[in-house]
Design a binder for this molecule. Structure first.
Ligand SMILES: C[S@@+](CC[C@H](N)C(=O)[O-])C[C@H]1O[C@@H](n2cnc3c(N)ncnc32)[C@H](O)[C@@H]1O
Ligand SMILES: Nc1nc2[nH]cc(C(=O)O)c2c(=O)[nH]1
Ligand code: SF4
Ligand SMILES: [Mg+2]
Length: 210
């Protein structure tokens, strides 16, 4: 049983259901290859059938953790912090990112954009999902758009999403891991014909790192 006091602190973003935190190499997208400390916050109701971290979905299975301890741990590793999940925007990211910025850390987020944008971010990676579309004006704020390609229709979805982002936003197509052998040739062909897009791979899975 979580007490009312804890629920109140989670509501305010002062505690977060923490699934895991780990120091690794950013495997995906624009910052791939960069050492980064990952904070994986539990809770997501978007329901992607191919999600590679379904254990994150149920927030109740992840202990409410005070953000000061998450921030203290984060300072020990690198100056780049990636907040992911689950869907981090399920929660108020204001206090966590305020604390990280106070320590002069770079704040990056991996998000579907399915909930309103909170927090102060140096880098926003928006990975929209068809079953729960991004809300608000996050398209305009995204530095990177990363669309997961599971089937051919995802190219159409990718173009619809790309029409909404800013001119400077970097566009990525990333194969869904379980069908990578089938979709990688489609992505390669698409990017060669439509070079505004770039290929993103989950390089950490090839490197056998978290
Ligand atoms: C696990 S999600 C967590 C952050 C947020 N909920 C989101 O979807 O952006 C982190 C990144 O992994 C991507 N992803 C999840 N499962 C994947 C899979 N099976 N293959 C390729 N990318 C995947 C997501 O699209 C997202 O860009
Ligand atoms: N190395 C590594 N890079 C990543 N980039 C995005 C990830 C995520 O799950 O959000 C991820 C992850 O889980 N591991
Ligand atoms: S939005 Fe992200 S965490 Fe949620 S189910 Fe989809 S890929 Fe998984
Ligand atoms: Mg991952």
């Amino acid at each position: 049983m979580v007490s009312e006091n804890v629920m109140d602190l989670v509501e305010k973003g002062l505690m977060l259901p923490l699934m895991e935190e780990f120091y690794t190499i950013q495997g995906e997208g624009f910052h791939k290859g960069t050492a980064a400390y990952f904070i994986r916050v539990g809770g997501c109701d978007v329901g992607c059938h191919w999600c590679d971290v379904k254990e994150s979905w149920n927030a109740e299975t992840h202990p409410p953790t005070p953000i000061y301890s998450i921030i203290d741990n984060a300072t020990k590793f690198s100056d780049t912090i990636v907040v992911t999940g689950g869907e981090p925007l399920t929660w108020d990211m204001g206090p966590l990112t305020f604390g990280l910025k106070e320590r002069e850390l770079k704040t990056h987020i991996e998000t579907s954009g399915a909930y309103p944008l909170t927090g102060t971010w140096d880098w926003i990676c928006l990975s929209p999902k068809k079953n729960k579309l991004p809300v608000g004006d996050i398209h305009k704020k995204a530095h990177e758009l990363k669309v997961i390609v599971y089937n051919k229709h995802d190219f159409i979805f990718a173009e619809e999403q790309a029409a909404k982002v800013s001119e400077d936003c970097v566009l990525y197509l990333q194969p869904e891991w379980s069908v990578r052998e089938k979709v990688v040739p489609l992505i390669v062909d698409y990017v060669m014909k439509n070079p505004k897009w770039k290929v993103s791979l989950q390089t950490h899975k090839y490197l056998n790192i978290p």
